[in-house]
Design a protein around this ligand. Structure first.
Ligand code: NI
Length: 258
């Protein structure tokens, strides 16, 4: 059985002590490959150096996270765009709009999101979307690109049936993580109405660890727990979940030989 963690931040300091073991542990749980989205200019060097250590297993994405979008975002984006000239990236991410913490830079967040979607078209890459209390604002920006074949993932999806329907209708995928396993989560009731072709699995490690590790450091191996829960919800074998989510991810990110 092979699983892909389509969203993990194992380049962060939280893994400095035991990164090699974490990657080995992932592999022994079937999680052979991982996609690593960038956050901002502070994380870029770390991201690249970790990916360079495991080039066969780790696939980097480059972008500016919405919570890092401030008044100076234009200059920051110029620097980040340079990265696409320097090496291969598999996606633009993570990008989007986050209105949970702070709405001060909403306009800048919308502009930075739109600008980075343009990159995805220029470089023919999928986008990894971070949406928090911002689905309507995200859909508004995406609507301005209608007909241009923007593709990607709504990472850490935990929205409503209507939002899921909209995402599926646009041809986007939903990234399902630890939230699915939480005790009072309604996500299982939502996702069961959709075909498995709309889903990929992720951890968002070190955040959002699934049950029974909720509140602890998350790690890519735990994708297996999310797959297990998906299998229960869809009433299929875990192998079916692995096969379909891995295929969906490989196709979206154009991972060859997987
Ligand atoms: Ni993330």
């Amino acid at each position: 059985m092979m699983l892909i963690d389509t969203h993990t931040h194992i380049y962060m300091e939280a893994f400095d002590e035991d990164r090699e073991e974490v990657i080995r542990n992932a592999a022994s749980n079937g999680v052979e490959y991982m996609v690593l989205p960038n956050v901002d200019t502070e994380t870029t060097a770390r991201l690249k150096s970790v990916v360079n250590e495991y080039p066969e297993k780790l696939f980097p994405a480059m972008g500016l996270h919405p919570t890092s979008v401030k008044a100076d975002y234009k200059a920051v984006l110029e620097g980040i765009e340079q990265e696409f000239q320097e090496r291969k990236y598999y996606a633009v991410g993570e990008i989007g709009i986050d209105l949970h913490w702070d709405k001060t830079f909403l306009k800048q967040q919308q502009e930075a999101f739109a600008r980075q979607i343009e990159w995805s078209l220029t470089y023919d890459l999928p986008i990894i979307i971070h949406a928090r209390k911002s689905y309507n604002e995200i859909f508004q920006v995406l609507n301005t690109f209608k007909g241009q074949n923007v593709r990607g993932i709504f990472h850490c999806f935990s929205g409503s049936y209507e939002q899921a329907k909209k995402i599926a209708d646009m041809g986007f995928l939903m990234g399902i993580g630890g939230v699915l396993t939480f005790k009072n989560s309604k996500l299982g009731e939502t996702v069961r109405h959709f075909d498995l072709k709309y889903f990929v699995l992720e951890t968002d490690a070190p955040y959002l660890a699934p049950t029974p590790y909720r509140g602890k450091r998350n790690q890519p191996a735990y994708v297996r727990l999310v797959a297990r829960k998906m299998a229960d919800i869809f009433n299929v074998e875990i192998e079916n979940i692995a096969k379909s989510t891995t295929n969906n991810a490989a196709k979206l990110f154009r991972l060859e030989n997987i």
